[in-house]
Design a binder for this molecule. Structure first.
Ligand code: ZN
Length: 334
């Protein structure tokens, strides 16, 4: 479809269609609606705990009871889905908390499915929050330092996804960026009778400084090195498309680009080239920057948030994961 005008001024006057709110709404090309939003939640053990995350005002580590409260409030506002991250009591070198039958995410899933059966439960599948070293895979250390092992990590990721599905998760979302994880997870799910559980893969996940505040939220800062040997280089577009193609071939049902706002070109390319359901993750620093500037009175929080999320929709995102989901739902309803 061409956007090129076929006439010229004065016959063509684009301002004609901008004269009133009703006219502008009538010709509006992109809409943001509550059905597209996903709210991430950080869950931990304990009772009545709402531990604030310093760099993310309004976001908390929540005990199960408080998480239920938060999920219910968002769901009542029309938010259809939550994305769960777990903060375990103990970490080890095998990330055993990630796939424990009674792990924190597994408990959260069972509780949410029982209390809010209509709410879609998406679980983040990764090992970093559960590993003592904070990396997304198994680490082998020798004289040259630590190396993140790909293939042995796949078994643990598949096991984690399986345990989430068994607990009742509606969608599993691997975020580790190990090669072959979607295939490993798909075959494990199929083998244990969950061939209907969709996979939303963090297909193009970039090594990004925009994740800073999240690491405090999920307590998942790596103890050594960084994640650049598995997450993508911010400079690369073609590689992002290859990553997405691979995940689709391996069985991903929904593909995600993360972060969102600084990567709108990637979202656009992914959506146009593959036409798959595409998710954009508006990450922690995207949220924090708006909150911080708004707190200083420098920007209008609501307007800037809505414009940012609309830009993700315009780029091609079908699904938007945002810490502001409940606020946005409220604003959309006004
Ligand atoms: Zn991870």
């Amino acid at each position: 479809m061409s956007a090129k005008p076929v006439g010229q001024f004065p016959a063509l006057r684009p301002r004609r269609l901008r004269q009133s709110p009703a006219l502008r709404r009538l010709v509006c090309e992109t809409r943001l609606s509550v059905e597209q939003l996903v709210l991430p939640l950080f869950v931990r053990s304990g009772k009545k705990i709402r531990k604030p995350i310093g760099a993310m005002p309004g976001v908390f580590q929540l005990s199960l009871d408080e998480m239920l409260h938060e999920a219910r409030a968002a769901h009542q506002l029309g938010v259809p889905a939550v994305l769960l991250f777990g903060i375990p009591d103990k970490k080890d070198e095998r990330a055993s908390g990630a796939y424990a039958k009674n792990g924190i995410v597994q408990q959260a899933v069972r509780l949410l499915k029982k209390e809010l059966p209509e709410l879609l439960i998406i679980t983040d599948v990764c090992l970093c929050e559960y590993m003592s070293h904070g990396h997304c895979g198994i680490v082998h250390t020798d004289k040259r330092g630590g190396k993140i092992l790909n293939d042995p990590s796949l078994k643990l990721l598949a096991r984690t996804a399986a345990s989430h599905a068994e607990a009742g998760a509606d969608i599993v979302a691997p975020s580790d960026m190990m090669d072959g994880r979607v295939r490993a997870i798909r075959s494990e799910l199929d083998a244990i009778g969950f061939s209907d559980t969709p996979i939303m893969s963090y297909a193009a996940k970039f090594a990004s400084a925009f994740y800073g505040p999240f690491r405090e939220a999920a307590e998942s800062t790596p103890k050594f090195g960084d994640r650049r040997s598995y997450q993508m280089d911010a400079a690369n577009t073609n590689e992002a498309l290859r990553e997405v193609a691979l995940d689709i071939q391996e069985g991903a049902d929904i593909v995600m680009v993360k972060p969102a706002l600084a990567y709108l070109d990637i979202i656009h390319r992914v959506k146009t080239e593959f036409g798959y359901p595409t998710a954009a993750y508006a990450v922690s620093a995207e949220y924090s920057m708006i909150k911080a500037a708004a707190a200083k009175g420098w920007i209008d929080e609501r307007a800037v948030t809505m414009e940012s999320l609309l830009a993700m929709r315009r780029a091609g995102a079908d699904i938007i994961i945002t810490y502001a989901a409940a606020d946005v739902a409220r604003w959309l309803a006004e």
